[in-house]
Ligand binder design. Sequence first.
Ligand code: SAM
Ligand code: SF4
Ligand code: SF4
Length: 340
Amino acid sequence: MEPITDNYNRKLRDLRVSVTDRCNYRCPYCMPLEVYGEKYEFLKRNEVLSFEEIERLVRLFVKLGVKKVRITGGEPLVRKDLESLISRINSIDSDLDIALTTNGYLLAEKVQKLKDAGLSRLTVSLDSLDEITYKKMNGKGFGPDKVLNGIKRAEQIGFSPIKINVVVQKGYNDKNFLDVANHFRSSKNIVRFIEFMDVGNKNGWALNKVVPAKEILEVIDKKFPLESVSPTYEGEVAKKYRYKDGAGEIGIISSVSQPFCGDCTRARLSTDGKLITCLFATQGVDLKTPIRSGSDDDELISIIRSTWGQRTDRYSELRSQNTDLDQLNKPKVEMYYIGG
Ligand code: SAM
Ligand code: SF4
Ligand code: SF4
């Protein structure tokens, strides 16, 4: 089948699937506790796509050119039997690259099953190694030990390199993110520092809470001198650097200060089956209703094709140029619902 391209000639290559809107953490930059408290109403069970429905949609996306599927959330490991979804996706095409982004809290106990089911790559979020900072940054008072254990277990069974995501937020970990870089130097794992982004509408984002990529880089470079590395593939979101002393690589994701919309080949499937063509979108296109009302594969493909064909998203670029304030001020979908 012909691969599809959007209005700016960007192919559809990656699909991020959010398998749950729930999470065992309350990171202030994503699901702040004061908003996502006990009374918060998450999606009901029947609103969430089943594994059968996700598998069917992924199969269609693969027909349209998707090569990489990332499972995310919310916290994907809180969804029961996630390995059976991985196994279903793996059966679509054994060359498919299947990745998972997790906070790592439940990783140690689940990683073997995930590997056996066909998971290819792993990203673990770990914002700090400092006990107090980490507790504050997950909003639940958990220390980092379980996550470090999960990473160790994953390494032992052959995940390599594991990517470690660190969101840098002023007032939280801006004084000690270097610890994470230091900890993973000389391991095969790649730490990626991420600018605090204005995703959603509920995380209290403000420009003065962002530590710009340039500053992050300066702090690391001062302690451990770095040199830049050219990107390995088109659409790579992290800018890569390596330690001059040979202790490995890091990445910087600077969607705020240096946007990368021109290469953006990512679509997102929300927990309740909406096709979302930008991390900062206002809404998505419903695929769940057609699936549940008996649409055949051709009808679903035609919805996906026309949605991607009409895509004009380049939110981060507009934000940096401040050119389209109406667009920037529209409400946006929340991160935990589309999975970053
Ligand atoms: N719960 C999993 C986790 O935390 O890894 C997967 C979902 S989480 C939404 C995916 C990634 O988005 C995580 O690495 C998280 O740190 C990042 N993230 C969430 N909110 C963010 C924000 N406001 N700015 C930058 N990154 C953010
Ligand atoms: Fe949960 Fe991940 Fe969001 Fe933190 S970033 S609240 S772990 S979904
Ligand atoms: Fe892609 Fe939207 Fe992010 Fe630009 S702002 S890189 S279009 S997700």
